[in-house]
Write a protein that binds this ligand. Structure first.
Ligand SMILES: *Cc1c(COP(=O)(O)O)cnc(C)c1O
Length: 469
């Protein structure tokens, strides 16, 4: 009845039993290396796929050696981590898909120190009794940001949600229409407002919002004035937004709290490094804003986290919200943050030791030197091919510094034997995986985000990918 080719009993019968493979030499090797359940799964998967191929009439490799090799490969794949390191050759420093900020050795060392043993997470050594989880970073955050108080939660989306819910649950939140933004994926200001149980009151127009728009909107049901930083786009041309300073003044005169979702949360003035001005957290705090929220793993360069800084009375309310427990940070995150904030006490030091900052602010000459090293190593492996160091631009990424183009150096590879698309795919699927761009039928490896220690591996990956199979 089936249109499929007829089954071939002799071929099917030639397939070994699971037990036979388990008892073979290879089986003994697998069992010594992998859990029994995994070995059984791999054997059954391989046999099932062989059986299906035989029934389809497409089976080619029926030798037992082929089966053994397939099981070995399957076991290797099943026990490879899914979350694993990649080389970022895109030049995008805060690459959300590639894990945003990479952490410094000092941050990671502190994560290991705290994680491998018991810790003071919620224990006060001086009093010998229960302490507070948030105490470990409060002092440093106050010191660095200038805010009265601060707390860290799971991420900035959680920070915004928690603040809205605490300060304006059941009430209206006034926000400019030009700031009803989407920050990649599922974070949209109107949706977060709904989830936080507040009512959105949009004012102004897409391109222009004035102070009187906010003033006219405020009534007895208004619970909060919200400003959202245009962190991943810019309004240019005929446009106007209200400065946070003026919004703070308005809020104060009417006794309505004012909150600023700053997004990328830069703690260092980038102007001396030739990057257009991104408002720093310290500057925003100085305006007297009641609450400012920002991400830990964007320009700050730390682990994932959402930092809430501002007036003590509000931070205390926020910490008492039952939602705060649902979005609290763990000890490993706190360990990384405490280490990062120690670095920020000295901005010059932070710029040198926080990887996001050092990559973002790297002198072009340093990037070019790395690009030349990489190009040289690739050329040695495939002489005669077109390998050049070119001038290019990279982006900060992660919804930080939109429109800022950072001059960079990249290696351009034009292989004679394979297409750029094929080369890109091969190095992406290799080990280590290298993520690169294609432009004008050439592979572009931006040296800004390639670490020095990764240079030999990237060169080897490119050379191997270009070798005829
Ligand atoms: C990135 C960003 C967020 C979301 O922060 P996460 O840390 O990714 O949760 C919210 N608001 C603004 C303005 C942002 O730029």
């Amino acid at each position: 009845m089936s249109a499929r080719p007829r089954t071939s009993p002799p071929l099917l019968a030639s397939l070994p039993a699971v037990d036979e493979l388990l008892k073979s030499n290879a089986g003994a090797r697998w069992l010594a290396q992998y859990p029994r359940t995994l070995v059984l799964k791999a054997i059954r998967d391989v046999l099932a796929s062989r059986r299906a191929k035989i029934l389809e009439g497409t089976a080619t490799d029926l030798a037992i050696d082929g089966l053994t090799a397939a099981v070995s490969l399957s076991l290797e794949q099943l026990s490879t981590f899914s979350l694993r390191p990649v080389v970022n050759a895109t030049g995008i420093v805060v690459h959300t898909n590639l894990g945003r900020a990479i952490l410094s050795d000092a941050m990671l060392a502190n994560v290991v120190t705290v994680g491998r043993g018991y810790s003071t997470l919620e224990y006060d050594l001086s009093k010998g009794r229960r302490g507070k989880r948030h105490a470990h970073v409060k002092g440093l955050l106050r010191e660095i940001t200038g805010a009265e108080d601060a707390v860290i939660v799971n991420n900035n989306a959680a920070a915004v949600l928690l603040c809205l819910n605490t300060l304006a649950r059941g009430r209206k939140v006034v926000v400019s229409r030009g700031e009803l933004v989407e920050i990649g994926g599922s974070f949209r200001i109107p949706d977060v407002m709904a989830a936080g149980g507040v009512r959105l009151h949009e004012v102004g127009t897409t391109n222009k919002t004035h102070l009187h728009d906010y003033a006219n909107a405020i009534d007895s049901e208004t619970g909060l004035l919200l400003k959202v930083h245009q962190s991943n786009y810019r309004l240019i041309g005929f446009s106007a937004e209200v400065h946070i300073r003026d919004l703070v003044e308005l809020g104060r005169s009417l006794e309505i709290p004012v909150m600023f979702d700053l997004g990328s949360g830069c703690l260092i003035d980038l102007r001396p490094y030739g990057i257009t001005h991104e408002p720093t957290v310290q500057e925003i705090v100085k305006t007297g804003v009641d609450i400012v929220t920002f991400s830990g793993d964007k320009l700050l360069g730390g682990p994932q986290g959402g930092i809430i800084a501002g007036k003590r009375c509000y931070i205390e309310q926020i910490q008492k919200n039952p939602l705060a427990r649902a979005v609290r940070v763990d000890k490993l995150t706190l360990a990384a943050f405490e280490s990062a904030f120690m670095e920020y006490r000295d901005p010059a030091r932070a710029v040198a030791t926080i990887p996001v900052l050092s990559m973002l602010l790297a002198p072009l000459e340093d990037i070019r030197r790395r690009a030349r090293r990489l190009a040289g190593a690739i050329r040695r492996g495939m002489p005669g091919e077109a390998i050049d160091v070119i001038q290019d631009t990279s982006m900060a990424g992660g919804g930080s510094l939109p429109g800022v183009e950072l001059p960079t150096a990249a290696v351009r590879v034009r292989a004679s034997q394979i297409s750029a698309a094929e080369l890109e795919e091969r190095i992406r699927k290799g080990s280590p995986a290298v993520i690169a761009r294609i432009r004008d039928a050439a592979l572009i490896l931006d040296a800004r985000t390639i670490r020095d220690y990764e240079v030999p591996a990237v060169a080897a990956a490119v050379v191997a990918a270009c070798r005829p199979a």
